[in-house]
Ligand binder design. Sequence first.
Ligand SMILES: [Zn+2]
Length: 215
Amino acid sequence: MVDVSIVEEDEKYIKAELDGIPLSIANGIRRFTMNEVPVMAVEEILIIENTSAMHNEVLAHRISLIPFISDIDRYVAQEECTCGSRLGCERCVVRYVLRAEARDEPVTVYSRDIIPEDANTTVKPVSPKIPIVKLAPGQRLEMELYVRVGRGRKNAKWQAAISSLYEKDGEPGKRILYIESIGFLPPRRILKEAVNIFKKKVQELDEKIKRELEG
Ligand SMILES: [Zn+2]
């Protein structure tokens, strides 16, 4: 018999007890929580002005590592979108501007300074307090950011969670799947998505095998 129960959870993590589930399946789901669950981060940056002491590449890299609270019901990955446009449409890209200037005093630019073009979007940095760069008096920053849906297997900046799988002490066959969310999605949603992705892959495989055997 196969059984799953949630034994512990809060807004950061979830612990699921898996009973009678083969190790390879449990491990597949664990890997999907990290590599396949879609989440949103900055994929492209157009730097209009940067007179800070930080080089463009370093600045862009820092910004790309900021996790965004993700809406994967509304947005899809660009390669899966029907628009077929490189620039993207309202289903596959969210645009932001980041503008800052230090006049007489030094200024620290934070993630809260990333302003969405669409004021109604729920997609925003997981915390408003992530420091990005310090500007000395007279320095300016202006850029456009393009946030898109991606997956951890494509780039680690889209990794939804850090997950592990271990056997319960003295209870062979019972395992704990521990999922810690990076912040893009609630842990429960990450687990649900990973299981759905697993299901989809098994269905695809099933169809391929059937076609192969019949063809
Ligand atoms: Zn699109």
